[in-house]
Design a protein around this ligand. Structure first.
Ligand SMILES: Nc1ncnc2c1ncn2[C@@H]1O[C@H](COP(=O)(O)OP(=O)(O)OP(=O)(O)O)[C@@H](O)[C@H]1O
Length: 468
């Protein structure tokens, strides 16, 4: 644009350094004259440079930013105009854009990427509920509130549209590196192109370059038009959830791509446990219930609730910025972990007793199942599950528990009343209780290694928390 080297003048503001420029605007850092502590960013669009399409983009941007208010969407504070310029006055993001953030660090660790992704996903969920598609998602349009503990802010809604999944806009929009293949190839696309772009951004953050990064336009074109599946580099090593999400986002065929609903619920996105103002409240509610169950002697239920509460406490700890409050919360969290560990020992020993009682019941049942080979073999699988469980092979045990339970439940529904039915019923109860317990345990250990491990737990506590 033709903003020149000197910033334009705007009555109530002092415009200072240039923050960046795009295809039709230059953005400056500015201070409000009456309140010098209020720093803003002012996007200056020269009227001379505005053709019909640019006017449309600008009006869309103003209209959308005026109506959406979300912690991870850039806030439009005001807009003004004079003879030469139109000014969009927005919140200032001292951390610059995500593109620069990635470039200066080469690649980002998965844990940081996950935090950013959660924030981006929460903004997209908010927009999705309003039927708004961004259509130009790229790292340059994702700003960071500041460099230390940055909050991501989605910006540049110039191409955004109110759009349902049936709409088929025809115009080609966005940047080819981040553009979904259907947008380039068939020009028939819908809101799902945003999911592709999220995949590209994720890929770039983790591997340091976009999947279609090319030296020439023809190379880029070839890569976009190809039907090859996007291969993920083997290094750096990523968690299976992260790889799975990448693969599901980077599906060339939009019908095979992950849907918005699946994306928001994906294990790697885990919006439910995203650090937010409500996380502490949810954690506290669960811990109150846990304490109640605990004092009523319901150990197993209390353990489950403590674990659920801790899943919220970890993000709540991340969210808390006040050092004193964070410290107080940290010490509470340690207490809850200790109690959860005590409960684990209690529940585990009572489970073992039940299991031992179960063995004799199961043997008797097997005797009574000589005429029913299907029941007999399901009981054999149950015995194998218990054996694996005792060896400490939680995953195998859980698999076998589930297999045997599927069969035994079928058998139970067909079993006529009598001693065998009673025994079968009791056996199913025991196995179900054990399978549930194992599931909880596996969740807990995953949660610990993922977040609490880094945030609060000492090595010794972590070890004592791990699967029995
Ligand atoms: N609020 C802000 N705070 C800090 N930097 C900003 C802000 N807004 C924009 N920038 C910087 O200015 C650059 C250009 O801004 P923006 O993308 O809005 O311009 P544009 O002309 O709409 O770009 P495009 O060519 O993508 O349409 C951004 O990539 C970012 O680096």
């Amino acid at each position: 644009m033709a903003a020149g080297w000197a910033p334009p003048r705007l009555e109530d503001f002092i415009l200072t350094e240039k923050l960046g420029s795009g295809s039709y605007a230059t953005v400056y850092k500015a201070y409000r004259k009456r309140n010098a502590r209020e720093v803003v960013a002012i996007k200056c669009v020269s009227k001379k440079s505005l053709n019909k399409a640019a006017v449309e983009n600008l009006l869309t941007e103003i209209e959308i930013l005026k109506t959406v208010h979300h912690p991870h969407i850039l806030e439009l504070k005001d807009f003004q105009w004079d003879q030469d310029y139109i000014f969009l006055i927005t919140e200032y993001c001292a951390g610059g854009d995500l593109s620069r953030f990635i470039r200066t660090r080469r690649i980002l660790p998965e844990r940081i990427v996950q935090v950013f992704l959660q924030q981006l996903a929460s903004a997209l969920k908010f927009l999705h509920e309003k039927n708004i598609s961004h259509l130009d998602l790229k790292p340059q349009n994702i700003l960071l509130s500041r460099l230390d503990r940055p909050h991501l802010k989605l910006a540049d809604f110039g191409f955004a549209q109110h759009m349902s999944s049936e709409d088929a806009p025809q115009a080609l929009r966005g940047s080819p590196l981040y553009m979904a293949p259907e947008m380039v190839c068939s020009k028939h696309y819908d809101a799902r192109v945003d999911l592709w772009s999220v995949g590209v951004i994720l890929y770039e953050a983790l591997f340091g370059k976009a999947p279609f990064a090319s030296k020439s336009f023809s190379e880029l074109e070839e890569k976009i038009l190809s039907h090859k599946t996007i291969e993920l580099p083997t290094r750096p090593r990523l968690s299976p959830e992260c790889r799975d999400l990448l693969q599901q986002l980077l599906q060339r065929d939009p019908d095979k791509r992950i849907s918005f609903i699946e994306f928001f619920a994906h294990l790697f996105v885990d919006l439910e446990h995203m650090p937010s103002a409500e996380t502490l409240e949810k954690a506290t509610r669960l811990v109150v219930e846990a304490v109640e169950k605990d004092s009523a002697g319901e150990h197993s239920a209390a353990l489950t609730l403590y674990c659920k509460a801790l899943e919220y406490f970890i993000p709540a700890l991340h969210y808390e910025s006040d050092a004193k409050r964070k410290e107080a919360m940290r010490s509470k969290v340690c207490q809850y972990i200790s109690r959860a560990e005590e409960l684990k020992v209690l529940v585990s020993s009572s489970n073992k007793t039940l299991l031992m009682q179960g063995i004799s019941g199961r043997e008797l049942l097997k005797e009574m199942a000589q005429d029913k080979p299907r029941l007999f073999s399901a009981l054999e699988v149950a015995s194998a599950a218990v054996a694996k469980d005792e060896e400490g092979c939680a995953c195998d045990a859980l698999d076998l528990y589930q297999q045997s339970l599927g069969e035994l439940l079928l058998m139970l529904s067909a079993e006529s009343p009598g001693r065998r039915r009673e025994l079968l019923h009791a056996e199913i109860q025991t196995l179900m209780g054990r399978a549930e317990f194992l599931k909880e345990q596996m969740k807990t250990s995953q949660w610990k290694s993922e977040s609490l491990g880094q945030e609060v737990l000492s090595e010794s506590v972590r070890n004592s928390c791990s699967l029995q």
